[in-house]
Design a protein. Sequence first.
Length: 321
Amino acid sequence: MLKAKSVVALGVAILVTTISQGAGAACDRACLLRLADDYLAALAAKAPARVPFATNVRMVENAKRIKPGEGLWQTTTGGPTEFKLIVPDAVSQQVGGIVMMQSEGKPAQIGFRLKLENDRITEAEHLIALPREQSLANLERLRPGLLMEVPYEYADSRGRLIHIAKSYYDALDWNNGNLSPFAPDCDRRENGMRTAPSGGPSLGGTSVPGTAARPATLLGMQDCTSQINSQTFQYIDRIDNRRVEIADEKTGLVIGLSHFRHEMKQKEFPILNDPGRTSMTMNFDPFDLPALHVYKIWGGQIHEIEALGFMAPYNAPTGWE
């Protein structure tokens, strides 16, 4: 028979447990990874009812507000494939990444972000990019280094990871590659196309699979830092809606979302430190490029970047207004 004090203690324990369960325990790293897998499987099955959406969930797809059951929930026709890059963050209770799926029967690169509150998804975000056919070979499987766990001696704290990822946008915005700590082996791909280093030899091959390697000129050997310093990205007017909130200390992966604006009033730009050319011509109409970047960071430097983006009208809303 329990004594009075034991009964009281047991009652308090039960009450605390009940309150904790009612408030919803935080989703840890493994839980967030499961959530991402379940969400992608539900997308492929066109079954939003399987997803624990909050009643007031906000959902944005390609910078437009949608509801569960709309957008990819109707157009997804397969996936995800082996190309699956997921980044969990138990601190911000968010998970996101880049995966290859099918939309309306075509290979599609999908960026996504989910935010949890009390075991319910309160924010869901989709970005859809349709890669060029010649870039699909780069999107069959992930580069091996992306998912490797970072050894303790080279691991950066969550705060440091976020700080470094944020600096990437400053480097582009100010055309100063020294504002971000790029590693000498920095490798960047955008919508499956290798965009840095600009040509030259690398484990990733040439920018477009099946094409001849670029000649070993100064331009062909530009790295992430010197490419930005050459003023190649002057056509970017500003970078809005910067959100860098998801980082995984275990893998050194960080997600950044942003909205690139291009007014394109100027069509020709001077290029520095390139003996092969002194200017660059960009005959484009004004446009926006909402984008999602995943950065691989270790030892305080950016080593790899996997990104996707899609074209939108100039000064388009972000969907989160």
